[in-house]
Design a protein around this ligand. Structure first.
Ligand SMILES: C[S@@+](CC[C@H](N)C(=O)[O-])C[C@H]1O[C@@H](n2cnc3c(N)ncnc32)[C@H](O)[C@@H]1O
Length: 273
């Protein structure tokens, strides 16, 4: 997706900084397409992007062809307004095929989808098993019978630490702060900060209050919500090739996707994509 820079017209835009530092929507749509084709033998046409924020993925989805439609869902009217003025506005005729809904992902009724994604751990905003299971159940009902639900997760012993990680991006520094973790209920508070040219800081540009969930907890809940099969899909060799795994090394930090299927209809070869 072609993006305008985060520093366009001299104004620093926290949403652009976020997109540049955190998202790679071209790659993510490529990945979803390849996985869906491999598991289902067809190209997916409809996407629901839950917790869509700037709807970058929904916009990239519809950009890929006239048969493609996307719905983005977010609670925050301001970020959706930003998405409409920037990402949707730059789509041209494809803008007709993306719809943004302001609301709770648990309440949305917008038809049935080939793919539903909840990326960048946003669904960790649900902090009890009951609420998470309810969300998963509603997602399952909103999928076509051969649809896929994709969500990401991270972990490793560093995930429990109160720490700050810095990463240099083009033109700025991205900081991820794990400010607090409470072992009693698993709740955590994190922030994103940006350091701008000249040393100026954009402190607490984003704040998240989440529960740090584990893969087995999430897989169990997906099963209880009626998904027939949930597998862990990751890039264990860090060579850009994702595959389904049954084991992962106990690394300091790992990221993986969960791929949940309402019906286990695929016959999968262990071929990476
Ligand atoms: C981390 S951003 C996600 C941005 C984008 N999806 C991504 O992959 O980077 C989290 C978003 O979730 C939204 N959100 C939080 N709780 C929500 C809920 N229950 N229903 C819908 N959106 C919610 C927030 O308003 C925020 O825009």
């Amino acid at each position: 997706m072609r993006r305008r820079g985060a520093f366009a017209a001299g104004r620093v835009d926290r949403h652009r900084l976020y997109e540049q530092a955190v998202q790679q929507v071209d790659f993510e749509v490529d990945q979803v397409d390849a996985l869906f084709r491999r598991l289902r033998g067809r190209t997916p046409a409809t996407l629901r992007e839950d917790f869509c924020g700037t709807a970058a993925m929904a916009c990239e989805w519809v950009r890929r062809g006239p048969e493609r439609r996307a719905v983005g869902v977010d609670l925050d009217a301001r970020v959706l307004d930003w998405a409409r003025r920037h990402n949707v506005a730059s789509l041209g005729e494809a803008a007709r095929r993306v719809r943004l809904i302001r609301g709770d992902v648990r309440g949305v009724r917008a038809g049935r989808f080939d793919v539903i994604v909840a990326y960048n751990f946003s669904y960790w905003v649900f902090r009890t098993r009951e609420v998470m299971r309810d969300y998963f159940r509603r997602v399952r009902r909103a999928l076509k019978p051969d649809g896929l639900f994709l969500l990401d997760a991270y972990g490793g012993y560093e995930a429990y630490e109160e720490r700050v990680e810095r990463r240099r991006e083009r033109g700025f520094v991205f900081e991820w702060e794990q400010a607090r973790y409470n072992p009693v209920d698993g709740s955590m508070r994190t922030y994103i900060h940006f350091e701008l040219p000249g040393g100026r800081r954009m402190e607490r540009a984003f704040r998240y209050d989440w529960r740090l969930w584990s893969l087995p907890e999430l897989r169990e809940l997906l099963g209880e919500a009626g998904f027939a099969r949930t597998r862990v899909w990751t890039d264990p060799d860090d060579d850009g090739r994702h595959r389904f795994v049954e084991r992962l090394d106990a690394d300091a930090c790992w990221i993986a996707y969960l791929v949940a299927e309402p019906r286990a209809t695929s016959t999968v070869a262990q071929r990476p994509c």
